[in-house]
Design a protein around this ligand. Sequence first.
Ligand SMILES: O=c1[nH]c(=O)c2[nH]c(=O)[nH]c2[nH]1
Length: 295
Amino acid sequence: MATYALPLHHHGKSKVRLGRVWRDGTVHHMVEWNVNTMIDSDMEHAFLNGDNTGMTATDTQKNTVYVVAQRMSQKCTIEQYAIALAQHFVRTYPLVSKAKIYVEQKPWTRVQQSGLPHDHGFALQGTEVRTVYVTYDKAGTLDVTAGLKDLSLLKTTQSGYEGFLRDQYTLLPETNDRIMASTVTCTWKYAAAPACYDAAYAAAKQGLLDAFLGPGARRRVQPSVQYTLYDMAKNILDRVPTSESIFLNMPNLHFIPCNPVGSSFNNDVYVATSEPHGNIEAVITRKGIAPHCKL
Ligand SMILES: O=c1[nH]c(=O)c2[nH]c(=O)[nH]c2[nH]1
């Protein structure tokens, strides 16, 4: 007789999109979120026997995304919202042992008009999407991992790549001056809540930028994406004291020196590419801390 096991099961709703406006007199605050819910629950009987008794339907989870958004009566961060939603599921449904909430936030930013902030006008600024992954379980354990994705960065110099292994398969010339470009994905797990999630996010993002771009006019060639990535992660650990583990993924988007017909490369024209691209990834933690995975 065949025997089976069900070592993992969870269910949730993906890509629930919402906008939330908080009105402070004539000054409005606005966020657009894409919410993903996933719950662990004692629902083996649904898989084994076709019995849905006690199941929190994914449609119910989707509806709750909007209910909890409305209950956040004060302007809140993506982290505060995700925590509230996770706690709601665990505290409301007896069979739910853990809620896992992932939220992305679009970069809507208040517009400046003649140097003054507009009351209710927003523009999409930049490409980066702010992210959060929150888990909360019946024992009250809360894990918050904040982050960003699609942060597109490029520098036209002070990046190189030399000293790597050469054999019969190696064609790449060494260089101490190249374009470095990437679309950064980064998450940082908190050991404890920061005083302000928005300030911690701003500090983390600035840390990424500062390390990627380097000291500007002062010449300091970065030897590889790997080295730059490590610097970027260290900046977050240094500037966000309650962070404990940093995940970074950095595609190396190649701009290949071009020899135009009848001419040669003069540090000016490149073939821009998106594929294939290098892919550099690492987790950097404080000493003795277990690494977190991407989410
Ligand atoms: O910074 C780099 N790291 C690599 O691992 C690599 N590999 C490669 O072909 N170019 C580069 N650049």
